[in-house]
Every structure is written in structure tokens, then in C-alpha cells.
Design a protein. Sequence first.
Length: 609
Amino acid sequence: MHGLGGVGKTQLAVEYAYVYRSKYRFVAFVDAEDPDLVPSQFAALARELGLAEVNSEQVVPRVYGALRDHRPWLIIFDNGERPGTLLDALPSGDLGSGGHLIVTTRLCGWSGTAGVVDLDVFSRQEAVELLTRRVSGMTAAVADRIAEHLGDLPLALEQAAGYMDYHHTAPAEYLALLASRLEDMIALGELTDRPAVVVATLWQLSVRKLQSRRPQAMRLLELCALLAPEPIPLDLFGDGKEPLIAAAADPVVWDTTVGALAGLGLARRGAASLVLHRLVQAAIRAAMPDDVRTDARTRLCRALLAAVPHDIHGDPQAPSRWQELLPHVLAVTKDEPSAGCAAQTATLLRLASAFLLSIGEHSVALPLCERALTIDESLGERDAEIGFDLITLAQIHRDRGAPERARPLAERALGLHESCLPADSPAIATDLATLARIRHLLGDHEAAVPLAERAHADRRGGVRAGRPVRELRPDSPGQCPPRPGRPRRGRAADLPGVTDPRGQLRAGAPVHRVRPAAEGPGRARAGRPDRGGPRAQGRTDPEHPAGHVPPQDGGRPRSGQALAGRRQLPRTRGTLRSRPGSRHGGRRTGHGLASVTGAGGGYVSRRGR
């Protein structure tokens, strides 16, 4: 039986022996964790079988010979290592006939010697049932959270139940202790049948073997212990200019180093990843000296910063890579950083918050970005980074529906970046566009337009060059809010790159809800004749801006209908020429009025459906 330490291999073997005890005439239990102690245990079996004193070299075959008279028999070898280490303790030839052997092991490599049964941790339902049955006052909800913290490991669940039963600790209080002091709690509590066995010491022998035989694998284990209990990409350790592990530079050495963790049962190895159980990680962390932990955390911060995509919106691989690395970024940055990795920690927190913002996880992104700002403000000469933190924080508050909290943050970010970055920096354009959108949301449209006109960063779209932005229109009452995690597109105040330095619309810049200034009535584009008609006479309404002709009878223009005296805009996706109520990229951008000044000074318009 093969499985992680604490998964219940020994208990299952003992239970089998108990249930089928009537089927066997002789049952023995041998502790095989230390192969050097196995001969002395066979000497004790020899005495049980009535054998005279025999030397250690002959005791094993003599015991199996005597068992011929006690068939059928069962011997359980608990915590055996590889088959080679137990070779002298296993029967050879016909000595094994008439009996059964069960070997429990954490190590791989037995498939060529015997049939292997792999055991895993409890299912969550099994874990909850155990806790609710063993602990008085335990609810299913609290049991579920305790099981999650303990990784559904049967030994840990039993140890937790024993602790709460002995100390009369309320389940909710024990849960709080687990959440804050996991490394300490796994050393407390005991099992009724094995009081010396606790989770904290469960893997000590395997760790000692790793330290003595493969020190590079021990370094890898310590690094993995500080990451999340999720699949850890192996390229994190060796793809950079300076590998985290020296062994990663040689493919053969690296393969055996990674394999050593899996071989000793300390990790599960995937095609390109490692997974450690959360309690294995906790036990390793508890044993790590402070200086070793600090050094490992510093190196991990640098490696993660090099591995995560910084261009979250422009890199097509960014979402999948961030989904893979985000749990590890959060694990490494959860504690207060040392001086050696404070700057990297702040940057990781900000990038993580920006990614979470991009997928709509505003409540998770907010505290991360606030921590990044606090760390950067505590360091010297970090004005640019503080600006990045502030503008990300402003975007989070903006998307959470709090533009009044976002405005001072965006203004401060803009001021910092204008003081320390080149005038044509894309960061300044982002600050301007963000602040313009916030001003727009606050209803300050006159202040929003010049901010949008100053944004210099290029964005994709389809507006012709030379068309000035006139006026941003506030959201209509029927405007649908954006879907969580999917920013609105087509807003002039949202997008840097709307104008060139002369205030003219850039080619390719998407603009939404641009309102005309007062122009002469009935003006048609240069080279386009006025179509005439009663509505081409420039009728105005005192309740509408000059030059704006409302639909007749209070209704909207029919689909495909052009307002008289103004050229009809063809439907073109993703550009100003498309109706603002149409679909851009497969989703609606809302309702409103889009208009631009024509070559002859007039304007063209259409109200969205």
C-alpha cells in the first residue's frame, strides 16, 4: 500500500488483519522504517515460534521455515522503503508459500515486485463525517473549513479531534488557531493508539534522508514549502537567467532532484509541476531556521517577479500564466517582507491586484494594492512605483462604484508621474485616461474632456485622424452597468490615444458618447450636398443643445433612417462611425449619442437603439 504519510496506510493494514484474523494462524507486525532494526524484530518472532537461539544472518530464513507449520500466516511490514532495503527480510523461493505479506510505504518503486494499492487523503465528505462524529458541537460548516486547512489528511483530522476533545476547545476557536498558527498546531494533539505520532514529526525521517543524500533536493523542498499547496510549475526554478536551484542547469541532475521528492513521498510529480500537501509544507516551514526562510522567500520573490507577465492586458498568455502563478504569489507575499525583497513584494502585490481587477475580483484586489502602496511608501525613492500603486487603486475604487474615492488617488498618481517620468510616458497617458473617466463618472464633463485629449498612448480602434473631441455625455438613465471583470469599451475618457497633441482625434482611436458643440444648422460635410427637407432648416429646441434635432413625436429614428441634412453613418464595428448602441466585439456598449465634426464644420449623428 502506497501513499502520503498520514494517509492511513498503517491503520488500513491493521484493520485488515483484525477483520481477517480468523483466516490466519499467525499474524506479525514489523516496523520497517529503519531496515537495520528489522533483524532484531525477526529474532523476537523466532522466540515466539519456539526457535532456539539463532544468529542474525540465519534468523529470517529460520522464521519463514517455522511458519510452514503455521500456515496461513500474515506479516505486515510498516513504512517499508524500497524493495532493495527489505530484500533480506522478504521470503525467497518456496519459503513465501502459504502466507501473505503487506508492505506499507511512502516510496515509489514497488510495482515491479508486488501489486500496489495507492491510497489518497479522505474525500471532503469523509473528513466532515469524521469530525462531526468525533467532536461535540461540531457543525458541518466548521468541519468543512477545518478539513480544508488540514488538507483532508486522516492523521491530521484524528489529531485535531483528539486536541479538541482533550482541551475542550470549541471547534470555531480551533479553526481560528489553525488559520493563524498552523505550523504550531500540527505539533499539538495526540492519537489514542499512537500518542508519539503527530503531523509535525511525520516526515522527519524522510527529510533527514533528503538532507544527507540530496542537499539540492532539500533546497527545492524548502522553496516549495513557502509556495501554495497548488501545482508548482517546474519552470519557475530554472527558466530565469539565475536558476533558483543550481541543479536546474543540468537536465539529468534536475530530473533526479525533482524525482527525489516524489520518490520519498514528499510530493506528487506531474508532467511539468510538483504538488506538496499543505501539511508537508507546514512541517517543513516549522523546521526551517529564520535565516533560511528569509533567504528562500527573497529568492522566490525575485523568481516570481521574473515569471509573471507584467503586460496583463497586452500579453495573450497573461491570463493563463497568472492563473497558474497567482496562488504562489499570494503565498509568498502574505507575510511582511524583509528588507531584501520589500520592493519585489510591493510590485508583485500590485501586479496581482491589477490581474484580479482585470477579471472582476475587486474585493480581493483592493487589500493587495493597499499593501503594495504601504510598502512602497515605506521605501525611499519609489515615486514612480507609488504612482503605479495609486492609479491601480484608483481603478479598483472606480470599478467598485466609488469614483469620489478614486479621484484624489488618480490625481496624486498623475502628479507623481509627471514629476518623475518623461512627458511621453505611457504611464502618464494611463493616469490621464483614468482620471478623465473618473471625472466623467462624477459628472464633471468639462474637466474630463481636456484630460482625455491629453492622453498619448496608442490604442486600437477606427476613428479618423483630425476629429476633435467635443463633449462627453453622461450615462443615460437606462445605461446597463458593465459586467464584472469586463471593462467598458468605446469610452473616450477611458482610452488613452484618443487625441494627438493638437487635440485632434487619432486614427484608430475608439470614442463613445461624444456630443457636438453648437454648430450651424443643416451643415453637410464638404463635398456632400444638403439633402434639404423641412428638418434641414436647422430647427432648434430650447430644451436641447443648439443644433441637436430630437426625433419627431418624441420617438427614436427607425433603424437605417438618417436625420435630414446630415449624412447617414454606415455601420462599421469598433469605430466612431458605428452606432454607440451597437455591438462591439460581441457585447453592447450602451446607449447614447455619437457625433463628430465633419470636414465642412457640420456634424453627423445617430441615436442608438
